[in-house]
Design a protein around this ligand. Sequence first.
Ligand code: DAH
Length: 371
Amino acid sequence: MSGPNTSYDPVEVSALDPQQIEADVEAALQAFAQAGDLDELKTARLAHAGEKSPLALANREIGALPPSAKAEAGKRVGAARGRVGKALKERQAQLEAERDERILREESIDVTVRARRRPSGARHPLSLLSERLQDIFVGMGWEIAEGPELEAEWFNFDALNLPPDHPARQMQDTFFVDPPQAGLVLRTHTSPVQVRSLLERGVPLYVAVPGKVFRTDELDATHTPVFHQVEGLAVDKGLTMAHLKGTLDHMAEALFGPGTVTRLRPSYFPFTEPSAEMDFRCFVCQGDSARSSGSADPCRTCGGTGWIEWGGCGMVNRNVLRAAGVEDPEYTGFAFGMGIERTLMLRHGVADMHDIVEGDIRFSAQFGLEA
Ligand code: DAH
């Protein structure tokens, strides 16, 4: 074991030289100040405050000093390391704050920005209403029947008691289809499905027939050449107009709310006898508008009449039953038909047919909440 080196001169140990220590501190402070981010500061820390830094080496040299010199040198090195440590801590805090601020800025999310969403589609209100109508019939135990849109003239007219010279053939603004001898038309109403379903299904029969129909009308606020109807037909033993009225009242209530009644006005259709036009009581003013006649502000839905025209109906003409093969006189039937576009316009206050026809999703979407 070697004894202490008494000839040791601390001033000659360069690491402990006060000027050197000052220079080490200066170098450390400068390196910390120059470090632009936390990675650079880490490098500077290892170089100037790490275990192999000049000041750490100087600290280690103290142990080798003679006791008389230790306190002095220790104080100096300690103070130097203290300054370096403090400067490091401050710079560290500063750079961390800068980093945090940058992250907040760069990674911020503007929650008020409009989301880019793919708009979901909307079912057309005519489809929704048609299904609702069908549900009403299915709820009464009726069946749903369909027929072709390209229809034989015979089903569209003849079988419905409209012979070739009948004026109603012209009245119905028919689209005739080439070649003329094929006897085909775009069906002008859903009534031909009455005869088709009687022939296919026989009696007793309770069917509702929704579908597309065609007439040579110009598209305007209240007309369209392609529109929809729903037809009802019931044929059974002993059916009367009371059954017709009850069915229509039920339909009106289910569609327009409790208390909505219907009324029948005498009319003429070749396929029914007797025939009637059917109105329902205005579901907006409940007829009040008509009772307080002369009112300055008549109901906008019924125009102040208290009633709204809905469609045609009647007891099925015996000729139609015969054309459909129903010979037994015990069987009687009632039938009715109404426009679905018109019903939609009345029920939802749609003022212009164009909105229904054009297919703008913004129109359809408004009906989305209704099942
Ligand atoms: N088919 C007629 C039309 O389009 C409507 C109609 C009237 C249907 C009386 C019927 C009915 O079933 O009995 O104008």
